[in-house]
Design a binder for this molecule. Structure first.
Ligand code: OVM
Length: 409
């Protein structure tokens, strides 16, 4: 494993006229309360320069969308983190979907869409509901529990690897590996370095789990290798795509579900509304993805000299896209800081936008909806009874601990 360190490039200087921000969007203080920092980024100008990382950034909704739409000018193939694959060391073997542009991306994305199709999702619903039923019943018996390990981690860690068809042993490596991969999109700071030793042995293990001989005869993994057998992908591509599912599909849904539970526990009026009408669970989850933005930010790289918002951008400039800020941009959202399950949250960029928009979004929604609906059907109250503790990650926003009490209806 190599260490991905962004080497700030002295050739990259701030375009004239841009506000220069000295804030660090990857330090503990920022993560403790990112919202005032988002406001600074949004209000400074459409684009700003981050002096600590020598890159452009935007926290405005319309610009985040504009950049994400335009994959030709703003490439993903040079990495979607701070590191520029054209200049720096890659932290891990390059993804053929996340870190690729068309035409490669078109082929791999289409394979992933087949594996995670709406029809496949419909086939999973009943099983997911049964698992959620049993889990929430157990938690209702306990009444007091930690919403992260006991629920937000447990549910996806049960249903996701099983649906993929992966072996049981070693699954404890999934979260640490995801934690490190999502840290690696940011700088090599203390948060990144602390997550490294925990994941080191998981990387080799994960590579092995992606091989066809280690996958069950049914599930997403098998479906991916069926596409290999049909000639859509070569063997190694099949493995890389299974790896992408395992790296991208666990920590994200844990933080999405944790964020959904936190959102509802912090807004008792919204929980009451949901408990009255559990059919709102899918909207409640969607709004939580907007309000929390479990995936807070990604980068793109300027592929050729261009202009954006009237600013000249040099080829090779990294652009920091603050999805979480766009999701609370008052230019786009009314009362953006309010968690409102009846809001039309559609159009948020919590799953991204454009050709790279989260390919697992319907699986994430299925998991999130089912957990929130099951709680809402069975519990008359959902209360936070102690301090919510953050889990620090350079890309993901979520919690390490959520002390909760739920009472049966
Ligand atoms: C991949 C990959 C890994 C982590 C996250 C992700 C957010 C994709 O290997 O393609 O998407």
């Amino acid at each position: 494993m190599t260490s991905g360190i962004p080497k700030s490039d002295p050739a990259l200087v701030p375009p004239p006229g841009l506000p220069i921000l000295d804030l660090d969007p990857f330090d503990y203080a920022y993560f403790d309360n990112p919202y005032p920092h988002h406001a600074i980024m949004r209000e400074a100008a459409p684009l700003f320069w981050l002096s600590r990382y020598n890159c452009i950034g935007t926290g405005r909704y319309d610009l985040v969308v504009e950049v994400l739409k335009d994959w030709e000018r703003f490439t993903s193939a040079r990495g979607v983190g701070l590191v520029d694959y054209a200049k720096d060391e890659r932290f891990r073997p390059q993804s053929m979907i996340l870190e690729a542009d068309p035409p490669v991306h078109t082929r791999t994305r289409s394979a992933m869409m087949k594996v995670l199709s709406p029809r496949v999702m419909r086939g999973l619903r009943k099983h997911f509901e049964n698992v959620a039923d049993e889990l929430i019943d157990e938690l209702l018996d306990r009444e007091v529990f930690d919403g992260i390990p006991d629920l937000a981690e447990r549910f996806p860690l049960t249903v996701f690897p099983d649906s993929l068809g992966m072996k049981r042993e070693g699954r404890e490596n999934l979260l640490p590996v995801g934690d490190l991969v999502f840290n690696s999109f940011g700088p090599e700071n203390e948060i990144f370095l602390k997550s490294k030793p925990l994941a080191e042995k998981g990387f080799a293990w994960l590579e092995m789990q992606c091989r066809r001989e280690n996958l069950a005869p049914t599930g997403f993994g098998k479906a991916m290798f069926d596409l290999v057998d049909e000639g859509h992908l070569v063997e190694r591509e099949g493995e890389v795509m299974v790896r992408a599912m395992l790296m991208a599909g666990v920590d994200t849904t844990v933080n999405g579900i944790g964020g959904g539970i936190y959102s509802l526990a912090k807004a008792p009026d919204q929980y009451a509304k949901l408990a009255e009408n559990p059919d709102l669970a899918r909207d409640a989850f969607e709004e939580a993805v907007r309000w929390i933005s479990p995936a807070q930010a990604f980068f793109r790289t300027v592929s050729q000299d261009t202009e954006l918002a009237g600013v000249h951008l040099a080829e090779g400039t990294k652009i920091f896209l603050v999805l979480s800020s766009a999701n609370r941009d008052p230019r786009k959202w009314e009362n953006p800081d309010r968690y409102d399950i009846t809001r039309k949250a559609i159009g948020h960029v919590g799953f991204g936008h454009g050709i790279h928009m989260c390919v697992g979004q319907n699986l994430a929604r299925l998991e999130g909806e089912i957990i929130l609906a099951t709680i809402a059907r069975k519990a008359k109250s959902l209360e936070l009874i102690g301090p919510a503790k953050l889990r620090y990650n350079n890309t993901l926003r979520g919690f390490a601990s959520l002390p909760l009490r739920i009472k049966a209806k």
